[in-house]
Write a protein that binds this ligand. Structure first.
Ligand SMILES: Cc1cc2nc3c(=O)[nH]c(=O)nc-3n(C[C@H](O)[C@H](O)[C@H](O)COP(=O)(O)OP(=O)(O)OC[C@H]3O[C@@H](n4cnc5c(N)ncnc54)[C@H](O)[C@@H]3O)c2cc1C
Length: 336
């Protein structure tokens, strides 16, 4: 395990916030975890961090930051239809998706291009283009901080929902995820009904393949999202709001083209990006911060923005949407 005192976290968060922490622990093997308890690492302020692509640091972090950098993709089992893989938390999500595509395992190709580590993927139940990671997670393994003992949660224990799980709600901060077990399909099974993806695939009449679907997803993503090597951001800053169906019916009288998706219990999910756009904030920039011109859900650090600047700006976006539609949009990003 590497331990860095007074570490600068600028290279550890995709928003590019120039903040430090008291101590950064880079955990290279799960065998090191008991030592973290013995050192008293969790007795004062601490947080888990992956690749920092879903966090916004607003100030220096006065405690310990624990980052899993463990590696390994191991086949646990397979039958005629499925394969079960155990993946270490420190594996890059991107590398895992590539591994699946190369081995003809179906299930995560729509999630290509999402930054971050495998260990973070269950936390907000990452999703894109009609697929969520909950659809392929069999088990999440790690350590409970309060009990100082290992856990293994089956899919149903993780309380997955839209951009959320038990790791982001009831057990927030109490689970250090070390491994995720995925169940993937060995037979063709594509999810291509998402409109933008379907449109992209229709541009050519080549037959479907894992690579082709993945390439189409990448093309759609590249047309909308900033390159994080150039512009700091954390992807979608806001979650899509879920409202009662009658709220949508009322809105559609004024905005007949309001986008919505069914969300169960008679509720509907609205597109936060569309609300931001209609509230006049798409492409708006104030100093170092702005709404990305090609995707209104993304707030971008154009230069050396501070966390406070980003917070002031996202609250303004929230306020404008509230004033225009009476709907509160909530951050998807973890504001620290
Ligand atoms: C350009 C861009 C595009 C994106 N597109 C998408 C998208 O399409 N869909 C989507 O869902 N997300 C998207 N995201 C958000 C982000 O990539 C995902 O949420 C990703 O899973 C975060 O991974 P990370 O390793 O960076 O986690 P971090 O941001 O470092 O951490 C996220 C949360 O997980 C916790 N955590 C991290 N590691 C562990 C661990 N080992 N144990 C317990 N808790 C842990 C952290 O405490 C934090 O609460 C995008 C982000 C960017 C920058």
């Amino acid at each position: 395990m590497k331990v860095i005192q007074n570490a600068n976290l600028r290279d550890y968060n995709t928003f590019g916030m120039d903040v430090s922490c008291k101590c950064l622990y880079l955990v290279e093997t799960a065998v090191d975890i008991p030592a973290l308890f013995e050192k008293g690492t969790f007795d004062s302020e601490y947080m888990m961090l992956g690749d920092g692509s879903n966090v916004l640091f607003t100030k220096p972090f006065q405690g310990a930051v624990i980052k899993m950098v463990t590696k390994g993709i191991a086949k646990l089992d397979e039958d005629a239809d499925n394969v079960w893989l155990n993946v270490a938390a420190g594996e890059k999500w991107e590398d895992f998706v590539e591994h699946c595509i190369q081995n003809q395992y179906y299930g995560v190709e729509n999630l290509i291009g999402i930054p971050g580590l495998v260990g973070s993927s269950p936390v907000q139940n990452i999703g894109a283009y009609g697929v969520e990671v909950k659809d392929v997670i069999e088990e999440v393994r790690g350590w409970r901080i309060s009990a100082k003992s290992p856990f293994a949660f089956r899919n149903e224990d993780c309380q997955f929902s839209y951009r959320s799980s038990v790791f982001k709600t009831g057990l927030k901060g109490d689970c250090l995820i070390t491994d995720v077990v995925f169940k993937l399909k060995k037979k063709e099974d594509y999810h291509i009904s998402y409109q933008g993806l379907a449109d992209e695939l229709q541009k050519s009449d080549l037959s479907l393949s894992l690579r082709r679907v993945a390439d189409a997803v990448v093309a759609v993503r590249n047309s909308k999202l900033p390159d994080i090597r150039q512009y700091g951001c954390a992807g979608s800053f806001f979650k899509n709001p879920i409202v009662e169906k009658d709220v949508l019916d009322t809105l559609r009288k004024e905005f007949p083209h309001m986008v919505s998706y069914p969300s169960g219990d008679g509720k509907v999910k609205l597109a936060a990006g569309q609300l931001i756009d209609l509230a006049g904030m798409k492409g708006v920039r104030e100093g170092n911060v702005g709404v990305w011109p090609h995707q209104a859900l993304v707030i971008v650090n154009y230069g050396n923005a501070t966390g406070d600047e980003v917070v002031a700006f996202y609250r303004k976006v929230q306020k404008n949407v509230m004033e225009r539609f009476g709907i509160r949009i909530e951050p998807e990003v973890n504001v620290i």
